[in-house]
Design a protein around this ligand. Structure first.
Ligand SMILES: Cc1cc2nc3c(=O)[nH]c(=O)nc-3n(C[C@H](O)[C@H](O)[C@H](O)COP(=O)(O)O)c2cc1C
Length: 217
């Protein structure tokens, strides 16, 4: 532990790769997200679509986990999950959530906040049917977020659904599907020297325009 503490004490990264300024920024935050996402792909960021999703439960306690961004457009940011999971229960009670991307290779962070709606069943079907068969079986097998007493239970559940669907198409369970985060605030953060980072925030106005502001780091 002492060694780890010494190591942590020595971790002092000075960000210096790029800058973010109002002159080159796109007025549309989705376009700006697309530009940065493309840069993350080009820079070979591992799993650039992995994002931290934070929700709040009935006791107002927040929790975070990684989910994968599967699509984005001006309608919002799409991910898929189990509609009976802990996160789903949180969203049911309070659909205000945040997602966060951190791409250290580019010294960039993107924070997105807004409200979640469910995708239509037809849209969820299209995505589910495009998944590999074993991933589809996994969705049927796992009671996501439930307590299970051992690993074997999970493997047995998988084998059971494998048998049930033998020779059949694996269709989407109705407790599994897409969520769309409709953003109200999107902040782009670019690391800069001396901790004087660039933060540019787009906030949705009452008439559905985007107001752009620079924030102190
Ligand atoms: C790289 C990575 C990708 C993940 N992608 C998803 C995903 O797209 N959907 C999902 O439900 N869980 C995904 N998970 C698992 C979640 O982090 C989490 O364990 C699970 O959704 C249960 O969370 P909950 O109990 O808070 O509902 C992923 C985990 C990792 C590490």
């Amino acid at each position: 532990m002492k060694d780890i503490q010494a190591h942590i004490n020595g971790l002092r990264h000075d960000f210096s790769k790029m800058s973010l300024d109002e002159d080159t920024l796109n007025a549309n935050p989705f376009k700006q997200f697309e530009i940065w996402f493309q840069a993350a792909i080009d820079s070979k960021v591992p799993e650039p679509n992995a994002m931290m999703l934070s929700t709040v439960n009935a006791k107002n306690c927040p929790s975070s986990r990684i989910v994968l961004l599967r699509n984005f457009s001006a309608k919002g940011f799409v991910f898929y999950s189990n509609y009976e999971s802990q996160k789903a229960k949180d969203i049911e009670l309070n659909n205000a959530v945040s997602i966060l991307f951190f791409w250290p290779e580019l010294e960039r962070q993107i924070r997105i906040e807004g409200k979640i709606i469910k995708q239509t069943a037809a849209e969820s079907d299209i995505y589910f049917n495009a998944r590999p068969r074993n991933s589809r079986l996994g969705a049927w097998a796992s009671p996501q977020s439930e307590k299970i007493s051992n690993r074997k239970i999970l493997d047995d559940l998988f084998q059971k659904v494998e048998k049930e669907f033998e020779g059949k198409e694996v269709t989407r369970p109705d407790w599994w599907g897409g969520y769309v985060l409709e953003p109200e605030r999107i902040e782009f953060w670019q690391g800069r020297p001396n901790r004087l980072h660039d933060r540019i925030c787009y906030s949705k106005t009452f008439n559905n325009n985007w107001e752009i502001a620079r924030l102190a780091p």
